[in-house]
Write a protein that binds this ligand. Structure first.
Ligand SMILES: NC(=O)c1ccc[n+]([C@@H]2O[C@H](COP(=O)([O-])OP(=O)(O)OC[C@H]3O[C@@H](n4cnc5c(N)ncnc54)[C@H](OP(=O)(O)O)[C@@H]3O)[C@@H](O)[C@H]2O)c1
Length: 298
């Protein structure tokens, strides 16, 4: 019911505009015709004034009577008037103005859309950088794995490579180290100058003072929030769960295969990009060849 009323109003407005325009055009044309009649009468009067009444009889310009110039000037003014009404007002009139206005409005709308898109892009970037900032942690997995991905046996390491231990020490020094309960138990005592976060499902699991006990991996990561570079140090169960969350892997690849009961998950190289590799050949201190390989999540 209300919709119908609005529609009628908009038609009336359009019709009113059309009528107003038509009336305006009629008036304009009438004025041109009137001008034409006055011009004809005026021209005849000028000719008569000169030839019959003898007004300015002796006045000529370049050998021609003055009324000829006066009539030509008036003719020019009349033609200009007619041109204005029949050409300019017809083609560059209201409809033309409306079209130009529409064009201008469309252009402005396009510009506004572009600005909006730019703004959305900028907002997305800001949100992404915000997410990135809240995710400033470069959560790193540090692991030593054999060619067959073996990492441990009987809750112990399989090899002893002093250069690898040195690297582990220097990288993790001063940082939070996150580990499963079994890996924690494989240490004779907590490592110095590192904050230990131990994950266990046991509510009453006892840890020494200074060691943080949590019940799942996410809580472990939250507990290391203040550290921009926490390390996931194992073992097999925790590595498996952390692989999706980690952004970096510091892998020591021992170039040998071993019998083991704990393994590192197979790396999906579509997700991980090798960014650095340093090879070490075996020597009197190192029984096996090995490489330090850094991966970053793509
Ligand atoms: N080569 C290396 O770089 C390296 C590094 C570290 C360790 N390792 C080796 O890896 C072996 C140990 O690894 P692992 O896989 O047997 O054990 P682990 O990952 O160290 O610890 C497993 C324990 O962590 C807790 N846990 C795991 N997921 C959990 C979750 N979602 N929520 C709560 N608690 C959770 C459970 O503790 P509760 O049973 O108490 O609930 C589980 O029994 C050892 O041989 C060790 O020497 C090797």
């Amino acid at each position: 019911m209300f919709g119908k009323k609005t529609k009628t109003q908009s038609i009336d407005k359009e019709q009113l505009e059309l009528i107003e325009n038509a009336q305006k055009r009629i008036k304009q044309k009438k004025r041109v015709y009137t001008h034409f009649i006055i011009f004809l009468i005026g021209a005849a009067f000028l000719i008569l004034a000169n030839t019959v009444l003898g007004i300015g009889e002796d006045f000529t310009i370049m050998g021609k009577e003055w009324f000829l110039y006066a009539i030509l000037l008036w003719l020019f003014i009349f033609l200009y008037h007619a041109f204005n009404v029949f050409v300019i007002h017809k083609f560059l009139g209201k409809a033309w103005e409306k079209k130009q206005l529409e064009k201008l409005v469309n252009k402005q709308n396009e510009r506004i859309e572009q600005l909006k898109k730019g703004l959305i892009k900028e907002e997305t970037k800001m949100v992404q950088s915000k997410i990135f900032k809240t995710k400033t942690q470069d959560l790193t997995i540090i692991v030593a794995a054999a060619e067959n991905n073996a990492i441990g046996k009987n809750n112990d390491l399989i090899w002893h490579l002093s250069e690898d231990l040195k690297r582990f020490k220097s990288l993790t020094n001063g940082h939070h180290i996150i580990m499963g309960r079994k890996t924690f138990e494989s240490f004779p005592k907590p490592l110095p100058n590192r904050t230990h976060i131990v994950i266990s499902r046991q509510e009453n699991y006892h840890v020494p003072d200074g060691v943080i006990l949590v019940n799942n991996l996410q809580d472990a990561i939250d507990a290391a929030k203040s550290d921009s570079q926490p390390y996931i140090i194992g073992g097999g169960e925790i590595y498996k769960q952390a692989l999706n969350l980690a952004t970096k892997i510091e892998l020591t690849r021992v170039h040998e295969s071993f019998e083991a009961d704990t393994f590192f998950p197979e790396l999906d190289l579509l997700q991980w990009e090798e960014v650095e590799t340093v090879f070490y050949a075996k020597d009197e201190k190192h029984k096996y060849d090995f490489s330090f390989i850094t991966y970053k999540k793509k």
